[in-house]
Design a protein around this ligand. Structure first.
Ligand code: SF4
Length: 253
C-alpha cells in the first residue's frame, strides 16, 4: 500500500522548537532527528494511520514483533472484516487467532484484542473511550489484560491524540548511549525525563513526531550494533565518539 509522506511539522511547532531548549538538550536532539527523519513514514501519524482502531489493534499486534508482521496481521483482519471491536467480541477466538498468526503469539494476541474490544464496549464505544480525560483513558487501558504502559501510551498518543510520551526499547537504547538516563530507571522515570525535559515545548504533535523519529533512528542507525559514522547525534554522543576513537586507534596501530 503506498502511503503519503508525513506532513511537515505545523508552523507553530517549528517555531517553538526553534526558539526553545532546556538544559536537558532534548529539543536539540529532536531537531537533529527531525532534520534527518522528517520525510520518512511513521505508521501511526494521523496523516498516515487509517483510524484509531487500527492504531489500537496495531499497538497490540506489534508487541514482541516487527511492524512489518503486525501490519500483515492487520491487513488479514481488515480483509476478513474483523478489524472492528464488535466483530472481535462476536467471532470465535480461534478465528481471530488464525487471522493474527503471522504476527506471532496468536493465542495471546487474540485474547488481548478481545480484551481491548471489551474495554471499548464497556466504555460505551470507541469514541466515548477516546474522549475520556487522558489519565482516565490510560488507567482504563492499563486495567485491560495485556496492555502495559508502552501500549497504553501509544494508544493515548496516536489513537486519542492526547499527550503521552511513549518509552520503548529504542528510546532506552539511544538515550542511554547519549548519556541521558534518568536516575529512576523505570518506565515512569524515563517518561518523566522526557515530559519534564521538553517542558513547555511538549505537545501532542511533538511527542508523536519525537517517538516516531526515535524508532526510525533505532532501526536505521542506532541498532544493537550502531552505525555511528553517519549519525546526526555523533558529536554529542559519548558512545558514538568512543566507538569512533576506538576505530581510529585500531586503524593507526
Ligand atoms: S552516535 Fe552511534 S550510539 Fe550514538 S546515537 Fe548515534 S548511532 Fe547511536
Amino acid at each position: 500500500m503506498s502511503r503519503p509522506a508525513l506532513a511537515a511539522p505545523a508552523a507553530a511547532l517549528q517555531d517553538v522548537i526553534r526558539h526553545l531548549d532546556g538544559p536537558s538538550g532534548l529539543l536539540e536532539i529532536y531537531r537533529a532527528l527531525d532534520e534527518r527523519y522528517r520525510d520518512d513514514i511513521w505508521h501511526w501519524m494521523p496523516d498516515v494511520a487509517s483510524g484509531p482502531f487500527d492504531v489500537i489493534a496495531g499497538a497490540v499486534l506489534v508487541q514482541h514483533t516487527s511492524w512489518h508482521l503486525a501490519e500483515r496481521a492487520l491487513n488479514a483482519m481488515r480483509a476478513a472484516g474483523a478489524l472492528d471491536p464488535a466483530e472481535l467480541l462476536a467471532r470465535p477466538l480461534d478465528e481471530i487467532e488464525r487471522l493474527v498468526r503471522v504476527s506471532g503469539m496468536p493465542r495471546m494476541k487474540a485474547q488481548r484484542l478481545r480484551a481491548v474490544a471489551a474495554t471499548i464496549d464497556t466504555s460505551g464505544g470507541l469514541d466515548a473511550l477516546l474522549a475520556l480525560p487522558a489519565a482516565e483513558l490510560r488507567d482504563r487501558l492499563l486495567a485491560t489484560r495485556g496492555i502495559g504502559p508502552e501500549t497504553a501510551d501509544a494508544i493515548v498518543l496516536y489513537a486519542a491524540g492526547r499527550p503521552a510520551f511513549v518509552i520503548d526499547a529504542y528510546t532506552r537504547r539511544t538515550f542511554g548511549r547519549l548519556g541521558l538516563r534518568p536516575d529512576d530507571d523505570t518506565y515512569d522515570g524515563w517518561q518523566r525525563m522526557f515530559v519534564e525535559g521538553l517542558s513547555e515545548a511538549g505537545s501532542v504533535e511533538l511527542f508523536q513526531r519525537y517517538h516516531g523519529h526515535i524508532v526510525l533512528h533505532g532501526k536505521a542507525l542506532c541498532r544493537a550494533t550502531p552505525r555511528c559514522a553517519p549519525c546526526p547525534l555523533l558529536q554529542r554522543c559519548p558512545e558514538g565518539r568512543s566507538r569512533a576513537d576506538g576505530a581510529t586507534s585500531a586503524a593507526a596501530s
